[in-house]
Write a protein that binds this ligand. Structure first.
Ligand code: NAD
Length: 493
């Protein structure tokens, strides 16, 4: 069994405390690798390397175009290693090979896109109102970045965070989830092969309250970029405030997927399934509240149940599998607890509603795709993020009620709308309080399109041109061009 090592300053190193912890394959229910348990000492080592890289290291003096060349090379290397990395990801987090391979093949686009932006970061000359002054701004890297990632798509989050950070000229320390650290540690070797100088990309594995908290608290970390739950996000936000650190947060959701009677119902049903059962529901954008117009609710619900019946649960490596295991043991228990909570609240379980058992499922953490009806929006099952394949169906009468229910939740990550009425589509996209609104589609993402949440779903945006802004600071430079004697020093110039 492999004992992994941290990746610090361009080399793989043992943890300072000499301790490792187990990583479990969620399909077989077996320990398959051991991860280094990072502590404050490892974080300090990594932050020192990252700081050096940004001050005296070659990264600091490389031109943006030269940085971009390394980033493009990294994109090529990820493409060449897509299958191997996807396999590691599946082994560690149990998501479907078909999904992870798709993600890994698409992943290089973030490196190519942000490499293209690296040498287009420009300041401005300000036509300043003060005579005898020349004034301009520059855009400088914010500093050392601490990146904390969740377990559902570890490598995708690396691309989302590190591509804009490196394009801006920052260095990073990634602290992957303790449940899925292997792929990030394997990935690190590619950064070296790509020519990214030592200390620019570092990985310290370990637990959130230990390695994660030390990274957030470290005085030389200027910015924290976090993907995870809103509970942890709030904790990190307040901890980072003590050091006035820059923070971006990609948090959870309870997204409404809204089906109007005038929609293409076959497409909407497929979108509803993709919204909640894809990735075993372990996706931040899960369309876990399905709002269906009352006039078609019964018919649409039957359609969904028929589709859910055909979902094949099993080995995530097999191409025909639709629903794989739940990644972590605590998450598995949480999903089952929420199913009980929903039943206790009086929701009607139409389909599923418990652990999935049968041939090929022993050892793994499998939950049946589950559909609840008779859900009202104040129930916990309609308000709280489950992060599993559990759907709540809620009826609505008209557009106004759909908007009211859709927005009546603390989250605002995404929303789906299914309608053939273009006017309604535009009205809904304006009225829904969410970072992303999908019309007649669901779960589409791109390196070009900003992604992030409002309300409790987060702060800041990843992907798209504006993502790089989160890793830059504006500096204002004033130059006195006059030879005249200085004026009164006791007043503002
Ligand atoms: P989590 O909040 O438990 O952990 C996320 C990361 O934070 C992990 O690396 C963890 O080790 C670290 N962490 C935990 N406690 C910490 C602390 N005290 N200090 C510093 N770091 C700490 O989240 P999770 O269970 O890994 O992921 C699931 C959550 O992530 C869900 O809520 C989901 O919606 C959210 N998510 C959001 C997005 C998005 O882009 N908006 C994407 C995927 C997942």
């Amino acid at each position: 069994m492999k004992n992994y090592q941290h990746y610090i300053d361009g080399t793989y190193v043992d943890p300072v405390a000499g301790e490792w912890f187990d990583s479990t394959d969620p399909y077989r229910g077996e320990v398959w690798a051991r991860m280094p348990r990072g502590t404050e000492a490892d974080i300090h080592r990594a932050v020192s390397a990252a700081k050096r890289a940004m001050t005296t290291g070659p990264w600091a003096s490389m031109t943006p175009s030269a940085r971009a060349k390394c980033m493009r090379k990294l994109g090529d290397l990820v493409a060449a290693n897509a299958e191997r990395l996807a396999e590691i990801e599946v082994r560690d987090n149990g998501k479907l090979m078909s999904e992870m391979l798709g993600q890994m093949r698409y992943h290089p686009e973030w490196w190519y896109y942000f490499a293209g932006l690296a040498d287009k970061v420009e300041g401005s000359v300000i036509p300043i109102d003060k005579p005898d002054h020349f004034a301009f701004t520059t855009q400088e890297p914010v500093g050392v970045v601490g990146a904390l990632t969740a377990w559902n798509s570890p490598l995708l989050f690396i691309a989302w965070k590190c591509a804009p950070a490196l394009a801006a000229g920052c260095s990073v320390i990634v602290k992957p989830s303790e449940f899925t650290s292997a792929s990030t540690l394997e990935y690190a070797a590619l950064t070296r092969e790509a020519g990214i100088p030592d200390g620019v990309f570092n990985v310290v594995a370990g637990f959130g309250a230990e390695a994660g908290a030390a990274l957030v608290a470290h005085k030389d970390v200027a910015k924290i970029t976090f993907t995870g739950s809103d509970r942890t996000g709030a904790m990190i936000y307040s901890q980072a405030a003590k050091g006035i650190k820059r923070v971006s947060l990609e948090l959870g959701g309870k997204s409404p997927n809204i089906v109007f009677a005038d929609a293409d119902l076959a497409a909407a049903a497929s979108g509803a399934v993709s919204g909640i059962f894809a990735a075993t529901g372990q996706t931040c954008v899960a369309g876990s509240r399905l709002l269906v117009q009352n006039s078609i609710r019964e018919e649409f619900t039957e359609r969904l149940v028929e589709m859910a019946k055909t979902a094949k649960i099993g080995d995530p490596m097999q191409a025909e599998t639709n629903i794989g295991p739940v990644t972590t043991a605590p998450q598995y228990q949480k999903i089952l607890d929420y199913i009980d909570i929903a039943k206790g609240e009086g929701a009607t379980c139409l389909f599923g509603g418990g652990p999935a058992e049968g041939p090929g499922l022993t050892g793994g953490q499998f939950v049946q795709p589950t559909i609840f009806t008779n859900v009202s929006n104040e129930m916990r099952i309609a308000q709280e993020e489950v992060f599993g394949p559990v759907l709540s169906i809620i009826g609505f009468e008209d557009e106004a009620e759909a908007i009211e229910i859709g927005n009546d939740v603390i989250y605002g990550l995404a929303a789906g709308v299914w309608t053939k009425d273009i006017g309604r589509a535009v009205r809904m996209s304006k009225a829904l309080k969410a970072g992303t609104v999908w019309i007649n589609t669901y779960r589409a993402v791109s390196y070009m399109m900003p992604f992030g949440g409002v309300k409790h779903s987060g702060l800041g945006r990843e992907s798209g041109i504006e993502a790089i802004r989160g890793y830059l600071e504006t500096k204002s430079v004033w130059i006195n061009t006059s030879d005249a004697a200085p004026g009164n020093p006791f007043v503002l110039r």
